[in-house]
Design a protein around this ligand. Structure first.
Ligand SMILES: Cc1cc2nc3c(=O)[nH]c(=O)nc-3n(C[C@H](O)[C@H](O)[C@H](O)COP(=O)(O)OP(=O)(O)OC[C@H]3O[C@@H](n4cnc5c(N)ncnc54)[C@H](O)[C@@H]3O)c2cc1C
Length: 366
């Protein structure tokens, strides 16, 4: 174990890796503890959409944070490519959210109007425009077009963040953390199955497994929510795109069509099921009928870390000095990862955070 650690981070997924990189960048001696074994980690399963605007409605507490987080990837992707040679596959060519009936048309048009009044370039595309851009779409009555939303490859993101963190002196060890250690009213490190790791500060970034850690002074109500996914070859003759509707999405990644997803409360079970796949295939084939001719390539599932109010938990534990939470990012953890790392580093370095984090404070749960 490296001596004189400043920070131990539990979890080297999307959020832990981003925190490690930002803390190492500000000169902290960082250790990341990561189980490494395949257990349905969300980052391995994610679609990687950076899509704050296709769902962003009035009063959504994640709208501003999500927009800033999406825009943060432009400089971050360039910096990571320069530092590590890893290309995040950043796609910035927009996402269409398709309406299939009149009530959805009204609701999405409302959202478009609200976002336009906030100064964003979101547009409403009528059926004619939609057919012109994407003639291969199934039944559709119009779409919200978010031209700055996009996607990246989550696997490459995590590898690039960890590689850059290591380049800046961080260590990544394979172990499963079991408990946070305390000394009086302060955090003192972490115990794992293989060893104990002493440090005055601890960041809990264990995704859906956060609530299983012992020694936390409060119950952290992060629940696993399973999402199943499938991939097919991208259909020939169709331009690369990301399209989304209320039931499913279809996104181009490399030469594949990634299809998602389900939201299932089935505990720590990351299995793929025939029922889950049937739902994904029937929904995405309605969205893009050409998929019916494609050959099946792969399927997988992962566990999203979801809180009761759907918002992440970002901040210090008021009852234990030096214990920080960066967890519960639910369906948006890839979008929010890069910026969460920055915010955690700002907070831990005693700087004012660049965004108001009140709604994400840990003490909203008792
Ligand atoms: C099917 C699916 C599709 C998704 N699509 C999108 C999307 O399009 N856009 C988007 O923004 N988000 C998406 N998400 C959500 C996103 O993947 C998560 O919000 C994000 O990965 C959460 O990051 P995390 O680091 O908190 O958790 P994870 O990514 O799960 O990482 C947690 C890490 O902690 C490790 N760990 C856990 N417990 C311990 C322990 N005790 N000791 C050591 N290590 C431990 C795990 O091994 C894991 O590597 C999707 C998720 C799923 C499942």
């Amino acid at each position: 174990m490296p001596p004189d650690l400043d920070v131990v981070i539990v979890g080297g997924g999307a959020i832990g890796a981003a925190c490690a990189r930002e803390l190492a960048r500000t000169g902290r001696k960082v250790l990341v503890i990561e189980t490494g074994s395949e257990m349905g980690q969300a980052w391995r399963a994610a679609g990687g959409m950076l899509a704050p605007h296709i769902e962003g409605e009035r009063n959504d507490p994640l709208f501003d944070l999500g927009t800033a987080a999406r825009d943060h990837y432009e400089p971050l992707a360039a910096a990571l490519r320069e530092a590590t040679g890893i290309d995040l596959g950043l796609w910035q060519e927009g996402i269409a959210r398709v309406a299939t009936d009149e009530s959805e048309v009204a609701s999405l048009q409302n959202t478009v109007g609200w976002q336009q009044r906030q100064g964003y370039p979101t547009q409403w595309l009528d059926e004619h425009e939609l057919r012109h851009r994407w003639p291969w779409l199934g039944p559709a009555a119009g779409a919200l077009w978010a031209p700055r939303d996009g996607a990246l490859d989550p696997d490459r993101l995590v590898h690039a963040l960890l590689a850059d963190a290591k380049r800046r002196g961080a260590t990544v060890l394979q172990d499963r953390a079991t408990a946070v250690l305390t000394a009086g009213s302060a955090a003192a490190g972490v115990t794992g199955e293989r060893d104990s790791y002493a440090a005055p500060e601890v960041v809990v970034a264990a995704g859906a497994w956060t609530g299983l850690l012992e020694g936390l002074p409060r119950r952290i109500p992060v629940q696993p929510v399973r999402g199943q996914m499938a991939a097919l070859p991208w259909p020939e003759g169709i331009g690369r795109a990301i399209v989304y509707n209320k039931d499913c999405y279809l996104l181009a990644r490399g030469n594949e069509a990634v299809l998602g997803s389900t939201m299932e409360y089935v505990g720590f079970n990351a299995e793929v099921t025939p029922a889950g796949l049937a739902k994904i295939f029937s929904n995405t084939m309605a969205l893009c009928p050409a998929l019916v001719r494609a050959k099946m390539r792969r399927s997988w599932a992962g566990l999203r870390p979801v809180t009761p109010d759907g918002l992440p938990i970002i901040g210090e534990e008021p009852k234990l000095r030096g214990l920080w939470y960066a967890t519960g990012h639910g369906r948006n953890g890839i979008l929010l990862a890069g910026l969460t790392g920055v915010l955690i580093a700002q907070l831990m370095n005693g700087e004012p955070p660049s965004h108001d984090l009140q709604r994400f404070a840990p003490d909203r749960f008792v």
